[in-house]
Design a protein around this ligand. Sequence first.
Ligand code: NAD
Length: 428
Amino acid sequence: MSDSLFADASRRLEQALKYVSLSEDTTERLKYPKSTLIVSIPVRMDNGSLRIFQGYRVRYDDTRGPTKGGIRYHPKVSLDEVQSLAFWMTFKCAVLNLPFGGAKGGITLNPKELSKMELERLSRGYIDAIADFIGPDVDIPAPDVYTNPMIMGWMADQYNIINRKLCPAVVTGKPVTIGGSLGRDTATAMGAFFVIETLLPKFDLVPQNTTVAVQGFGNAGAEIAELLSKAGYKVVAVSDSQGGIYAKKGLDIPSIRQFKESNRSIKAVYCEGSVCNIVEHEVLTNEELLALDVDVLVPAALENQITEANVHNIKAKFIFEVANGPTTSDADKILKAKGVNVIPDILVNAGGVTVSYFEWVQNRSGLYWTLEEVNQRLKLKMIEETEVIWKIAQELSISMRTAAYVHGLNRLGEAMNAKGTRDYYVNG
Ligand code: NAD
C-alpha cells in the first residue's frame, strides 16, 4: 500500500457505494471530515524542561449525533491516522445504530517514556487545548491504544475544572467510581465475542475444534483471548509488541494475563511485562503468528498488519478484526480470492463504543445499570446487527466488510436525506 491510510480507508466506501442508492449529497459529504484540530501541548517535564507535544482531534461527521471516538497515545499518531480512525468511527456508530457520529483524537508520543505525573500533565493539557471542541452534546472522547480509565478520569476532571461544573458525559471509559459504566473495560472484547459466537456456527465450527491466534495482548486482545479460551476455543498463540508465544495444545490465558500484571514493578498505568517472558511455550514473532495455520486469526493490535507483503502467508480461515484497520484494502482483495472470511473492524470491535454509549446514557440520566444489564444490552445489539449484516452479505453476495459499509451507509444516507438533498430542493 503506497498511499495514505485515509485513501485506503476511503476505498471501502467506494466499494460499498455500488450497492446502495444514495443522494449525491451523502457521498460528497462523506469524503471529507467535518473539522480537524491540530494542537501543541506544552508540558513541564519532571526535570524542569518544557516539551511540546503534537495532538489532534478530528470530528468526521455528526449527522446522526454528537461525534464519538477514542484518544490514542502512540509514537506513530499522525493526522492521516486520526482522520482514518474518525472515518471508521462514523461507520461503526451507524452500523450499531448509536445516536453518534464519528471522531478520533491522538497525541504523538511514546507514553512509556513519560513519568505518571508527566502523563497526567499531558492529558490535562490536551483537554485544555481541545476543550472548546468537545462536550457531551458535541464530541465525546474515550480510551484507545495506550490510554486507559485513569487517563479518561484526568481528562473528565480537567473538563469539569474548565467548565466549573460536573459534566461526566463528556468522556467515556472513566473509572467506575467517577461515572464510568460497569462492563466498559471488557466491552470491546465482549462485543467481538458475541460476533464470533453468532457467525462461527453458520460455518459449523464449534469452540472445541476451533483454534485461535490473537495478535496484541492489551485491553481488547487479552480479554478476547480469555473469553474465547473460557468458552472452550483453543487459543494457541498470543503476542504483544515484543513478540509472541505459541502452544499447540492451547495456552493458559488467565495465567499469562496474571503474569503480565504481576510483573509490573508497581501498579502502574502501563503494563510493562511482555508475554514473551513466559518460558514454557514456543516463542514466535508477530509475522509468524499472523501466518499460523489456525481457524481464527484475531488482530487486536494496530492498523496495517495484514498487507500485500504478508497476505500470501495467511492460512487462517476467518479473520475477526478487533483492531481498527488491521487489513489493507489490497490485502482484502487477496484474502477474498483465497476464500478467507474477514469480519470487519466496524462490526467486530463496536462493543467498545456501544458500552461507551451506555455510559453516556447513564451519566445523563443519573441512573446506573448493573453489569448484567450492560452485558445483556450489549449482547442484543451485537447479535442483531451481526445478523443484519450477514443477511445483506448473503443477499448481495458481497463480503461482510462491504455489507457492513452498506448497512452503515444506508443509515447515514437516511439521516443526511432528512436534512434535505438536491432532489428535495430541485424536484420536490
Ligand atoms: P492497548 O494499548 O491496550 O493494547 C495494544 C496491544 O497491542 C499491546 O499489547 C501492545 O503490546 C500490542 N502491540 C502493539 N504493537 C504490536 C505489534 N506490532 N504486534 C503485536 N502486538 C502489538 O490497546 P487496545 O485498547 O487493546 O486497542 C487495540 C486495538 O483495538 C486498536 O486498534 C484499537 O483501536 C482497537 N479498539 C480498541 C477499543 C477499546 O475499547 N480498547 C475499542 C475499539 C477498537
